[in-house]
Design a protein around this ligand. Structure first.
Ligand SMILES: C[S@@+](CC[C@H](N)C(=O)[O-])C[C@H]1O[C@@H](n2cnc3c(N)ncnc32)[C@H](O)[C@@H]1O
Length: 235
């Protein structure tokens, strides 16, 4: 990994990802919480969505353990760059997908990334609900990353919502604990707000809900939709 630039203070939403918590992450978040709290199964909902939008030159932002790239069909045909503010996450993910020879970037998504690189696809899975601030404040992340998309490229992701969804008892408990500890900052996040800010930035936005999770994909140039049931930015 390249020398670590100074990204400023790391807040709790990123600092929580230590080698220990990352070792537990797949079981606790991707298997148990996704299925029973957020009702958005990893293997049948999130992974196929990740695969569907993966492009030849791909940037994964907020990498965690690198689960999706490790399981994604076709990832070996893509050139992969990993971006995260947390070096422990970058190390865990890059080690896991070392066969894909990923590049790594230590970067805070709230800061514009000065680069000439352009990506066919940029994924943000379970990043936006970790960030603090309103959805309008979080929109600067979309705006910064949009500048790194190749023409016709796709920015896509998934985020757990706090508004306009019916959390079950397990989900309410996790929302309370995580928001109190600063691990999540999604109390006021709604699908409508995300779709509004994405529509303000991109020419074409598709979004749909699975359980309490919003799955979104946005491109600047409109492109035909594979699935008519998610053909526009309504949920
Ligand atoms: C919940 S994990 C998501 C992991 C993975 N994408 C997934 O869906 O399983 C959130 C990741 O975002 C990173 N992160 C949090 N805040 C960030 C920031 N401001 N800039 C860049 N990465 C950040 C954390 O370090 C962590 O690796």
């Amino acid at each position: 990994m390249k020398p670590v630039p100074d990204t400023g203070p790391i807040d709790d939403s990123a600092a929580v990802y230590s080698p220990l918590t990352l070792a537990l992450y797949d079981a606790w978040v991707l298997q148990i919480s996704n299925r029973f709290a957020w009702r958005c199964p990893t293997r049948t909902a999130l992974l196929p969505f990740y695969e569907r939008h993966l492009g030849r030159k791909h940037l994964d932002v907020g990498v965690g353990t690198g689960y999706y790239l490790a399981h994604c069909k076709g990832a070996n045909r893509s050139s992969i760059t990993l971006m995260d503010i947390n070096v422990a996450s970058l190390q865990a993910a890059s080690r896991r997908i070392r066969a894909l020879k990923p590049q790594t970037i230590v970067h805070n998504v709230f800061t514009p990334w000065e680069t000439t690189e352009r990506y066919d696809s940029i994924s943000l899975f379970y990043l936006m609900h970790c960030l603090s601030g309103s959805v309008d404040e979080k929109a600067q992340v979309f705006s910064h990353l949009k500048a790194c998309l190749a023409p016709g490229g796709t920015l896509y992701g998934a985020t757990i919502l706090g508004q306009g969804v019916a959390h079950n008892r397990f989900g309410r408990k996790l929302m309370d604990v995580y928001n109190a500890k600063g691990i999540f900052g999604n109390r006021n996040d709604s699908a409508e707000a995300f779709i509004r800010v994405l529509n303000g930035l991109f020419g074409s936005v598709q979004a749909h809900m699975v359980g309490c999770v919003l799955l979104f994909a946005a491109q600047d140039a409109p492109r035909p939709c594979a699935n008519a049931s998610e053909s526009s930015a309504g949920v």
